[in-house]
Design a protein around this ligand. Structure first.
Ligand code: SAM
Length: 342
């Protein structure tokens, strides 16, 4: 890692930049900017990266975390939906640390619509995610960019709990199982509210995800996720009831569950992602539709991840999407190399 610099943004710089740009942070876009260099360095440290790595950041905002990543020697592609922020970022960098400018590329786009990124494939995603689309963005990136083997995200604390929860835990749910398809997840630390402007009314936490091989199964990923969605849509029901519609009847569901070695009277919250994969396979076998191979990774499958947003507001009500509701429509992609110098 490189030596600390004076380029990171503090409260004065954040206030000054926002004032000059006329930025009024919106809840819809989850705009809460970090103004504490210590927190930024902690996030970068927690990611466990090596200088020179190619990192993708979602939602760079005014650049707080971006500058921390650049300071640590990373090459960064930053995807930002807000055109004012996306256009300003290379200028701020040119002003504060021009020597880092050739290591930043800003893409003006809705992260949920990104299918390719400029430059070498990123090996890490590091982001202070917009909270209302945090889970869909995370799952979409893990799905679309298999070069990502490490992810460190700051999310709403309850979402962090969900992502990292093991089966049987009170907070175990759809995000936990789907994230487990791709990676192991660990909550690393809590971040106080006072490092943000504006101050949010929820706590935040860091989650570290490390890529692992997905479960060995003949079922496609879409099919497995369909079973997960059905199991948790009625999470208080026994699985044979919750999966009755998918299987055609409760009896057929019970049969498939038994074939998968799962007790039909158990509930989804007790099952691992491997259990769900076996159930999906058994349902496919029953329907005679099992594909030959364990492929099941097409790009459009990530479209389904937008449906993950309701995950955050499941009936047990432990988590609510704090800021705004849906992601805005995609904007025209514009790749803006951050090489401009004053
Ligand atoms: N990284 C900055 C920081 O730590 O101060 C800002 C983080 S702020 C919580 C979230 C950022 O994500 C905002 O800049 C917002 O405009 C951006 N954003 C919101 N929705 C987005 C989306 N769908 N795609 C890309 N960026 C998005």
């Amino acid at each position: 890692m490189n030596a600390p610099s004076n380029a990171l943004l503090g409260p004065v710089q954040i206030r000054d930049l926002a004032g000059r740009l006329g930025v009024r942070p919106t809840k819809t876009l989850g705009q809460n900017f970090v103004h504490d260099a210590g927190t930024v360095r902690k996030i970068v440290r927690s990611a466990g990266l090596e200088a020179g790595q190619h990192v993708v950041e979602v939602g760079p905002g005014l650049g707080s975390l971006t500058f921390g990543l650049l300071e640590a020697g990373m090459t960064v592609v930053a995807v930002e939906i807000d055109p004012v922020l996306a256009e300003q970022l290379p200028l701020t960098l040119a002003d504060r640390a021009p020597e880092w400018s050739d290591r930043l590329t800003v893409v003006l786009q809705d992260a949920l619509t990104v299918t390719e990124l400029p430059g070498p494939a990123p090996t890490a995603l590091v982001a202070n995610l917009p909270y209302n689309v945090a889970v869909p963005v995370l799952l979409t990136f893990l799905e679309r960019f298999d070069s990502l083997d490490r992810v460190l995200v700051m999310v709403q604390a309850e979402v962090a709990d969900r992502l990292a929860a093991p089966p049987g835990n009170r907070t175990y749910g759809i995000p936990s199982v789907k994230a487990a398809w791709y990676a192991t997840a660990r909550r690393t630390s809590t971040i106080g509210r006072n490092v943000f402007w504006p101050v949010p009314n929820v706590d935040s936490a860091l989650v570290l995800l490390e890529r692992r091989a997905h479960p060995q199964t003949r079922a496609t990923r879409e099919r497995v996720f369909e079973v997960v969605d059905a199991a948790f849509a009625q999470r208080r029901k026994m699985l044979r009831g919750a999966l009755a519609e998918l299987a055609g009847s409760a009896a057929a569901a019970a049969q498939a569950l038994e074939a998968a070695g799962v007790d039909p009277t158990t509930r989804g919250e007790q099952l691992t992602v491997d259990d769900f994969a076996r159930i999906a396979e058994a349902l496919d076998d029953q329907a005679g539709t099992a594909p030959d191979e364990t492929t099941g990774t097409t790009l459009d499958e990530t479209a389904g991840t937008a449906q993950d947003e309701p995950d955050v507001t499941e009936p047990d009500g432990t988590v609510t999407a704090e800021r705004g509701s849906t992601s805005p429509a995609g904007t025209t992609p514009l790749v803006r190399p951050g090489t401009a110098r004053p």
